[in-house]
Design a protein around this ligand. Structure first.
Ligand code: WTA
Length: 635
């Protein structure tokens, strides 16, 4: 069976087949990939433990699917097109041949530095082709990559490296973001003080900012490449991996405690990202595809690197930010490279909208055929602006709903095939069986219902465990409702059976499409010297979608209120990263609590949203006066 769905009728048929005979369906799809040995069994699962195994007994290497298999037919075609932060720096194009060579060479560098199959390797790099090369080189030798987004602080990096016990780090001196320069190696050095497991640090030069280099531990990327070349190590056979061997760990925030290391495995992830990339975006050979995400997030893993490359696509990587040198940068890039498919986030759209149409006018956007959105619910205004001003009403918008834990897109239109509706992720992809459940866990049948979104059957791209703590995986995702994966999202199924995601129903806040756990931010705030306790909630924010509103109880009156707020924000920046800085901090004398001592977040959320006259049932409050004080001083 061909991967590609070409009509709505074909979609309906594929969907039905995937539900009635899931093993046959996914076996057929997996037949479109290169396996060193075919699997013995397509699926073995239960959501109780959970145990999820796809394509057991199958042997493969994902990089053979992303690189080697394309060499003959499209070796000289672009694999990665790279646009610098600086519009005056020349762009780079890596063909499939170039990329294959570079990945093999760097894979040998990793081996020369002691990397072995199963090792965990931390990657903390700018958005340059070498980041993709490092990722693929890990996969080539069967090492498990753990990519950390450039906006995390030293403490966050250290937590992640320690959790996974990484032995090698790949980083760069610095990275450019608009007019700013981030000293990645310096941040990493601060992290490494707490990371005795790390034996080697491979440092690429990008910004050529001065960095410390420690003898015996730190080596320059370029020197190691030269060494491997001198040794004639140009080839690197792809390690034979079991379908269920881990491919990577990616940390993400949940409603409690520290971030979890979501584990994805080789076979199912490959099949799922390749299949969904083809069908959601309807990629045609020769198209230029531009996903504006960072490889530090799941969207970049699945839809800049693995999905597009396994399908032989030309994937465009952009180092900079949408608003520098001006708010027309995305449109300049579309114009310059004749981009056909653009995949971005609502927060970027809202921020560009604000700058006005002058940055869109005069740019040739006629190459665009498909637009995509991901990361958070897209609001109606942004959807229409994207459709009218960018797509000129000619490009279908695929509003793709999915999560780090899912590996790939679960609910989305297929571009040009599924009729769209503003703000709706529309219908589940083949193989995905969503259900809505109420608070009690009863399944809501029929249409025109709203509930908590669960998935009742496994799909190949789903997480297998959380690194080092399988029980945490079970309790977080599989214990809320029996025999179902719980997403943490609320959702509406309308009269046409279309799905609309309404946002998180747990204590996760989606700030500019980044997942932030309230507990994590509260822990950081509580580390501040004069803080007794705090509560963090989300509130609607014009650009970010949601902002962070922190209620903080101090042990003594602040000497300078504004400065103390800045100190607290700086503490959060230091402990988590600038992306978790609260937008608003309100000092309060107490938090609203129940008699049993539970913070009533519902009330705090309402106040942050400005709904002060509609606080709902407050009869269980221990001390109602606290609420009046908070209401009267709200920001
Ligand atoms: C939200 C990003 C509405 C959702 C791929 C989910 C969305 C969380 C959409 C996962 C969408 C993602 N419409 N909400 N199209 N896409 N979300 O793990 O709340 O960074 O649970 O994965 O983002 O964020 P994550």
């Amino acid at each position: 069976m061909d991967l590609r769905i070409r009509s709505f009728e074909e979609y309906q048929k594929a969907y039905q087949y995937s539900v009635e005979q899931p093993e046959d369906f996914w076996g057929d799809i997996a037949g479109n990939f290169v396996w060193k040995k075919k699997w013995d069994k397509v699926l073995d699962w239960n959501f109780k433990e959970p145990k999820i195994k796809w394509f057991e007994g199958g042997k493969l290497n994902i990089t053979e699917n992303c690189l080697d298999r394309h060499l003959e037919e499209r070796g000289d075609e672009p694999a990665i097109i790279w646009e610098s932060n600086d519009p005056d720096e020349h762009h780079r194009v890596l063909t499939y041949k170039n990329l294959h060579q570079k990945v093999c060479l760097f894979a040998n560098v990793l081996k020369n530095n002691g990397a072995k199959k199963g090792d965990r390797i931390c990657i903390y790099m700018p958005m340059i082709p070498e980041l993709a090369i490092a990722v693929l080189a890990c996969a080539r030798i069967g090492a498990i990559h753990s990519v950390i987004f450039g906006g995390f602080s030293a403490q966050s990096i250290a937590d992640r490296i320690q959790d996974a016990q990484c032995n090698i780090v790949v980083t760069a001196d610095g990275s450019f973001r608009g007019t700013k320069e981030v000293g990645l190696k310096n941040v990493m050095d601060d992290a490494l003080v707490q990371c005795p497991s790390v034996q080697k640090v491979i440092v690429l030069t990008r910004s050529r900012t001065p960095v410390s280099m420690i003898k015996g531990r730190d080596v320059w990327w370029i020197d190691e490449i030269h060494k491997a070349e001198t040794l004639g190590q140009v080839d690197c056979p792809a390690e034979e991996m079991d379908a269920e061997d881990p491919l990577f760990i990616l940390y993400t925030s949940g409603s409690t405690g520290k971030p979890k290391g979501v584990v994805h495995t080789c076979g199912g992830y490959m099949v799922y990202t390749g299949y969904t990339f083809q069908n959601v975006f309807q990629y045609n050979s020769g198209d230029v595809y531009f996903c504006t995400a960072d490889i530090g997030w799941i969207t970049g893993h699945s839809y800049i690197v693995y999905g597009p490359l396994s399908q032989g696509a030309a994937t465009l990587m952009f180092e900079g930010i949408p608003t520098w040198p001006d708010a027309g940068r995305f449109w300049d890039i579309v114009d310059k490279f004749k981009v056909n498919i653009l995949y971005t986030a609502p927060t970027a759209i809202r921020s560009l909208m604000q700058h006005g149409l002058s940055f869109v006018e005069g740019k040739d956007l006629s190459s665009l055929r498909v637009l995509g959105s991901v990361g958070e619910p897209i609001n109606e205004e942004a959807w229409h602006w994207f459709n009218e001003q960018i797509g000129k009403k000619k490009c279908p918008i695929v509003d793709t709903w999915w999560q780090t834990e899912n590996g790939g897109i679960l609910i989305s239109p297929l571009a040009g095939i599924t009729p769209t509706k503003p703000c709706y992720a529309t219908l589940p992809l083949p193989g995905v069986q969503p259900v809505l459940v109420d608070e009690k866990g009863e399944i809501l049948e029929g249409n025109n219902v709203t509930g908590n979104l669960c998935i009742k059957f496994p799909w190949p791209g789903m997480l297998r465990t959380t690194y080092g703590d399988h029980e945490r995986c079970r309790t977080t995702y599989f214990a809320t409702y029996e025999n179902m994966y719980f997403t943490g999202d609320g959702c509406l199924r309308d009269e046409d059976g279309y799905y609309r995601i309404t946002g998180r129903v747990d204590d996760v806040i989606n700030v500019s499409g980044h997942r932030i756990g309230t507990a994590e931010v509260e822990n950081a705030i509580n580390m501040f010297t004069d803080v007794i306790e705090s509560a963090v909630v989300g509130y609607p924010h014009d650009i970010k979608g949601q902002g962070l509103y922190a209620y903080v109880v101090l042990s003594k009156e602040a000497r300078d209120v504004e400065l103390t707020k800045k100190d607290i924000a700086a503490t959060v920046s230091r402990l988590i990263g600038p992306i978790a800085r609260p937008d608003k901090i309100q000092f309060v004398y107490g938090l609203p609590k129940t008699r049993s001592g539970k913070i009533m977040r519902r009330i705090l959320r309402k106040i942050a949203e400005g709904e002060i006259n509609n606080l709902g049932d407050t009869s269980t409050l221990l001390d109602p006066a606290v609420v009046d004080e908070i209401k009267n001083n709200r920001l």
